[in-house]
Every structure is written in structure tokens, then in C-alpha cells.
Design a protein. Sequence first.
Lengths: 110, 112
Amino acid sequence: GESVGLHLPTLSVQEGDNSIINCAYSNSASDYFIWYKQESGKGPQFIIDIRSNMDKRQGQRVTVLLNKTVKHLSLQIAATQPGDSAVYFCAENSGTALIFGKGTTLSVSS
Amino acid sequence: DAGVTQSPTHLIKTRGQQVTLRCSPISGHKSVSWYQQVLGQGPQFIFQYYEKEERGRGNFPDRFSARQFPNYSSELNVNALLLGDSALYLCASSFGGNTEAFFGQGTRLTVV
């Protein structure tokens, strides 16, 4: 079936570095994607979304890039802080359901 | 503004019992979805309700059921609990099906 997955299960960075978290999807018809941050013991927190009519969208310290040709999206976090440490999920919104990948654990050391 | 609220936050049940989990969406949101998240995995879709009607169902057995009330709050029921039902159950609300979805803190269910 169609699925959304992430390239790396873990990513370790130093405070102040820029982080890039990648995600590949398989359904070429997908047109809406969301990035979530999940801290231990909490529900997923909405970070940023992007629709297929866009290649790039920026938020506060975060940028999402969408490459429809290779079915890939990425989340870039600028000046990573210890508070950014969490599990990050990309999710494909089918209109009925969010389809999540397994997540990337981001660890930020100071 | 209140976010998505779920109750209870934690629950311990015995195999074979039944459980009801509750969710109140963000004010103005008409869609509620339920997800199950087991340790180390991403959330798995269980149900979506919009305007009190079921709009989608994931690959879960009939022991799982849900409903949405006129005030758009929702309940998830699980019958004949199994050990494997132990998980974090998440509720997400959105204005519509294809719009931003926001999650509650979840209900941690432990089946013993």
C-alpha cells in the first residue's frame, strides 16, 4: 500500500546547527503534507504544512521543501535548540486520514 | 483558546474489559479523528468523523467503534480488550478533512 517514510531514524546535532529531516512518500497523487513534532509523553504538535502546488514554505525557524519529481520532502530547522529535541513525523493527508511514517528522533546537544 | 482535550490521560484495564475514551475538539472544528500509537511507531489511523458521520475507517477490528456527538465531541470505544491494545490513543481535530489537524495529548491505555 501507499506509505510515507523517513530516511533516518535518528539525527544528532549541536546546538546552533541547522537540521534537515527527510521524508519520502510513494503516492504520487498525494497533495497535502504535514510535519509534526512529538515530545515524550505528548501528542504530536503541528509544525508546518505544504500543499502540492508549492515547492517551499517557511515558518518560524522552519522550512519545508517538497520535490514532487522524486516524491521527497524535507524539514529544515534553523539554529537548532535543545528544545527542538523530539521525534519528527511527516504525514500525508489523504483527506480522510493522516498517514504517518515511523519518525526521526532529533537529539540536540549543547 | 483551548486545544484538543482528551480524557482520561491514563487508564489501566484488564484483558476482556471495555473502555471508552473521550475527545473534545477545538472550538469550531467539525472533524475528529482517532489514532493509535504504539511505542516506537507513528500514529495509525482508526476513524474519522465529520459532522457526526463516519468518513473513514482504518484497518482495525470491529472491537473498535466510535461516534461523534452534536457538539462535535467524540468517543472511542474498544471492546474485549487485548494486551496488544495497549497504546497511546490520540484524537485530532480539524475544520474539515483536508485541513490542518491538531492533536490532543492522548490517553495512555495499558491493558494487563
